[in-house]
Design a protein around this ligand. Structure first.
Ligand code: AP5
Ligand code: MG
Length: 220
């Protein structure tokens, strides 16, 4: 099974992708994580990418399409994958269709996570991640069971993203509405789109997604 989670910054794509990995054994392909790894590597390309990420702008379609094509070609993706953060423009959506056609792969689900803009800034600015295993948390909405200790691996170091400040989030949201929201219509026209209420509690959203992946829920 191959699928896309589509939604604005803070919609819960990464949170839900981790739950789908746990429940369905798919591989999470987060283009944001891939880009942040490239930045962390300290390469010349990484330095250029950091400036784009910190400004809340989109990285070029050429770089992103090549990145995802390379990743999908890796053997672990045969188990099925969740695209988290890709495609983000019409050009990326068209290129993805061509890539999947070429490889004889299906796109089984495109799930839009609908969230009010007003909720997103609080979600993003309160987010933090376990430095050891990458598990995601939130200051108010998703705390570890024991304060300061990761539920998953027991780690005690956490990181926050440099683009998770109110100013950058505003730009990321603007980019979403201008460049990414139109692809919702692209997938609707193709009859592939399902929608979940991303404003609901995390476990409720997980249940809504499971219903869709198990063959329930109408296309919108
Ligand atoms: P990326 O890393 O993809 O960031 P994003 O799309 O802005 O999305 P986020 O990761 O911020 O949010 P999310 O939906 O994963 O939410 P999360 O689950 O963490 O991209 C970063 C940058 O890379 C882009 O700005 C761009 O520059 C570049 N980029 C990436 N892909 C690109 C592409 N294809 N083309 C061009 N450029 C690209 O949840 C957020 C918080 O809310 C968490 O703390 C969580 O605990 C909490 N939360 C989640 N769900 C709920 C809920 N239901 N209720 C309450 N709290 C919740
Ligand atoms: Mg994410």
């Amino acid at each position: 099974m191959n699928m896309i989670l589509l939604g604005p910054p803070g919609a819960g794509k990464g949170t839900q992708a981790q739950n789908i990995v746990r429940d369905y054994g798919l591989v999470q392909l987060s283009t944001g994580d891939m880009l942040r790894q490239s930045v962390a590597s300290g390469s010349a390309l990484g330095q250029q990418l950091k400036a784009v990420l910190d400004a809340g702008e989109l990285v070029s379609d050429t770089i992103m399409i090549e990145m995802i094509a390379d990743r999908i070609a890796q053997p672990d993706c045969k188990a099925g994958f969740i695209l988290d953060g890709f495609p983000r423009t019409n050009e990326q959506a068209v290129a993805l269709d061509a890539l999947l056609d070429e490889k004889g792969l299906n796109l089984d689900h495109v799930i839009e996570m609908a969230v009010d803009d007003a909720a997103l800034t609080e979600r993003v600015t309160g987010r933090y991640t376990c430095a050891k295993c990458g598990a995601g948390y939130h200051d108010n909405f998703q705390k570890p069971q024991k304060d300061g200790v990761c539920d998953g691996c027991g780690g005690s170091e956490f990181t926050r993203r440099s683009d998770d400040n109110a100013e950058t989030v505003a730009n990321r949201l603007k980019e979403f509405h201008e460049k990414t929201a139109p692809i919702i219509h692209y997938y609707r026209q193709k009859g592939r789109l399902s929608q979940v209420d991303g404003m609901a509690a995390i476990e409720v959203v997980t249940a809504q997604i499971s219903t869709i992946l198990n063959g329930g829920g109408a296309r919108v």
